[in-house]
Design a protein around this ligand. Structure first.
Ligand code: KIV
Ligand code: NA
Length: 275
């Protein structure tokens, strides 16, 4: 297949084979993920995972642009979607379009993602009608940490179940090409997936969704400040890093590294040998 997976191609995967998605923030990681993933998400989770911030709230548009560019350079097959960071789209649909068009133009990514349901429907429609494909993000919305009072799963009670379903219907009607459903109980995620005609991408939202997304560093064991229940760890690269770096440090301290094979112009019998 030539070129990247397109937004309409992803949209058409509704109800078919599951959509594989992971987060990516850097070129080398994007290169590794590209052959396995349909969609690479440059998530604002990079605030925590890459920059050590306590939430995603301080992530800037410039950060998203820079990492979006890196991920585009590192990949050639996957559809790349970039998160709109907190404060860059909630003020008005015009502000959202300005931010989104800037990110699309600067990075070459295919679409943006924003957190919000019914209250952002007008914005989603405004962007979609003007050439900016939008992936919505409902259920647990990390940018709402302060209004929600923490990270809480959604749909356990009648009120959040009803709200999450209504949000799903609103973003689909507004023209979102797909929707991330985060931290939502299985019956509600299932009901949403059956109720709307765009693919649902679940994160902590059960196997009922049309696709899955996780934070790459979480599944690789490269980020352990906080690991939600929905993360499955497929590797322990953090431990591998500690082991490798520990060995390097030992060898430097004991002058076992570097050896001749890592050196230029070794002195031999009083003369310098050419490389
Ligand atoms: O920022 C992010 O990484 C996300 C996904 C986990 C859905 O929004
Ligand atoms: Na995000």
């Amino acid at each position: 297949k030539m070129g990247r997976t397109s937004v309409p191609e992803l949209r058409a995967r509704k109800g078919k084979d599951p959509i594989v998605c992971l987060t990516a923030y850097t070129a080398p990681m994007a290169q590794r993920l590209d052959e396995h993933c349909d969609l690479l998400l440059v998530g604002d989770s990079l605030g925590m995972v890459v920059y050590g911030m306590e939430s995603t709230l301080a992530v800037t548009v410039d950060m998203m642009v820079n990492h979006g560019k890196a991920v585009m350079r590192g990949s050639k097959n996957a559809c790349v979607v970039v998160d709109l960071p907190f404060g860059s789209y909630q003020e008005s649909k015009e502000q959202a379009f300005r931010t989104a068009s800037h990110i699309l133009a600067e990075t070459g990514c295919a679409a943006v993602k924003l957190e919000g349901g019914a209250e952002l429907a007008e914005t989603i429609e405004f962007l979609t009608m003007r050439g900016v494909p939008v992936m919505a993000h409902i259920g647990l919305m990390p940018q709402q940490v302060n209004t929600m009072g923490g990270f809480k799963s959604q749909g356990r009670d009648e009120e959040t179940a009803r709200k999450t379903l209504a949000d799903a219907k609103a973003v689909a009607k507004a023209g979102a090409f797909s929707v991330v459903v985060e931290g939502t109980v299985e019956p509600v995620a299932r009901q949403i997936t059956e109720a709307i005609d765009i693919p649902t991408i679940g994160i902590g939202a059960s196997v009922a969704c049309d696709g899955q997304v996780l934070v790459t560093e979480d599944i690789l064991g490269l980020f352990s400040d906080f690991t939600p229940k929905f993360v499955k760890r497929y590797a322990n690269l953090g431990d591998a890093v500690s082991e490798a770096v520990g060995q390097y440090a030992d060898e430097v301290r004991t002058r076992q590294f570097p050896t001749d094979e890592h050196c230029f112009g070794l002195a031999k019998k009083g003369k310098l040998r050419a490389v």
